[in-house]
Design a protein around this ligand. Sequence first.
Ligand code: UDP
Length: 243
Amino acid sequence: MTKNKRKVIYEGKAKILYQGTQPNTIIQYFKDDATAFNNKKFAIINGKGVLNNRISSFLMDKVKDIGIPTHFIKRINMREQLVHKVDIIPIEVVVRNIAAGSICKRFGLKEGESLPRPIVEYYYKSDELNDPLISEEHITAFDWANSNELEDIFNMSLRVNDFLLGIFSSISIKLVDFKLEYGRLFKDDNLEIILADELSPDNFRLWDNNTNKKLDKDRFREDLGDMKEAYQEVAKRLGILEN
Ligand code: UDP
């Protein structure tokens, strides 16, 4: 495959980034690798990359339609998409609607409890430090983003949440929580904050409305099996995969 001839810019846990074909673009290649617990758990799930590429392309296009700027340009093939090259802000933004995962441990909440309102959290992107939870103070004091940028990030994250809640609820799926990443793009002599990375079940918690069946990466984290089938189910319900 031609992928080996191209310049690798970065290889992450679930994606490889190649230099794009046009200036200031990148090709995101979606791997089948599944990792959890900061790389302590690893498996190859055949076909996961193809599904995440499809799902993420579809959702990025939708989010773009409501006026959220994103790095996504187009899906190129089964495993690759063309995106704008951005400077990634080293923050993971988590939006939560229902208690699950780390928030349960941190505050002693029961998995599945509704939160009083959507909660936005920030984590510092650092595998070495295990992505610590941070506050706005850390972000501005350490210059990871300024307060205007942070306001954009906060507002966009809540808009994305509202929008995705609607999309998933219409296909009988609860959007429990998800993680977003943002980058900076030079546009018309200005730096613009845009949504980057991916929108896929690797970064979302998605539960079936009626049965609470997990349709996301928790199937891998919790050894529930049938991860690919769960991602396929999400894609089918979104109408982007034939039954
Ligand atoms: N998440 C992610 N990448 C991370 C950490 C979290 O995509 O490095 C997502 C995760 O899939 C979930 C949400 O962010 O949808 C909240 O995760 P949480 O803080 O509960 O951490 P976890 O329990 O996944 O370790």
